[in-house]
Design a protein around this ligand. Structure first.
Ligand code: 5GP
Length: 200
């Protein structure tokens, strides 16, 4: 997605060799116009899933706004996994998974109320970043526990030099990213056109 790539080139900050900050337009201060374009792009890529998926699943907090922008095009609700065990605002009857957070370097529990995800549902997973794939695996685990079906994973920014995307695709999961980063160094982000181009 050219618009997104340009925005990353112009504004995003490489703060560590493998960490990109996009809090100036995506996951702290949010550019709602860009978010609308992102939602529309997910709908274009997953057009074959319109009318098939029953829910979009994401994880709090950064995934929520993005998932909502996409969900308007699919006409389905957004379900977000809540972080932290024993949340008093959450049902007792939940699916749980443990996720190692790439940015916080700690394991956290993510939970989804059973009554909001039923067997046989078809689910599209949406998130802001794909790095090592732990967040995605946690959500896939919850979909499995619910006996629901995975339609695919839509990611805004995939860091292709980390293994998450490659591993998930090798397992047969449909992973679609709007911006695929081949490499990054201070002041420079290089994109790949496709997963195949990562190796070139
Ligand atoms: P993974 O679980 O695939 O290793 O990492 C994905 C999760 O970690 C995403 O939900 C995202 O919030 C966070 N994350 C991973 N890499 C980055 C990054 O470079 N920048 C930011 N802002 N978040 C990241």
């Amino acid at each position: 997605m050219r618009l997104l790539e340009e925005r990353i080139r112009r504004e995003a900050l490489v703060v560590l060799p493998d960490v990109l900050r996009v809090d100036m337009f995506l996951n702290h201060l949010i550019d709602a116009e860009l978010l609308d374009e992102i939602g529309a792009e997910f709908a274009r890529i997953f057009a074959d899933e319109v009318g098939r998926i029953t829910k979009i699943l994401t994880v709090e907090a950064s995934g929520i706004a993005i998932a909502c922008a996409a969900a308007r095009h699919f006409g389905v609700p957004v379900l977000f996994a809540k972080k932290g065990a024993g949340n008093k605002t959450l049902d007792k009857d939940v699916y749980c998974s443990s996720v190692f957070s790439f940015t916080k370097e700690a394991v956290s529990t993510v939970s989804v109320a059973r009554r909001f995800l039923r067997p046989g549902e078809r689910v599209l997973v949406i998130d802001d970043f794909l790095a090592n794939g732990a967040a995605a695996r946690g959500l896939l685990d919850i979909i499995d526990q619910a006996d629901a079906e995975l339609a695919g994973i839509g990611i805004v920014i995939e860091k292709g030099f980390q293994p998450g995307g490659t591993v998930l695709r090798a397992q047969g999961v449909r992973v679609e990213s709007l911006a695929l980063i081949k490499s990054m160094s201070e002041g420079r982000v290089t994109f790949a056109e496709s997963e195949a181009a990562l190796a070139l």
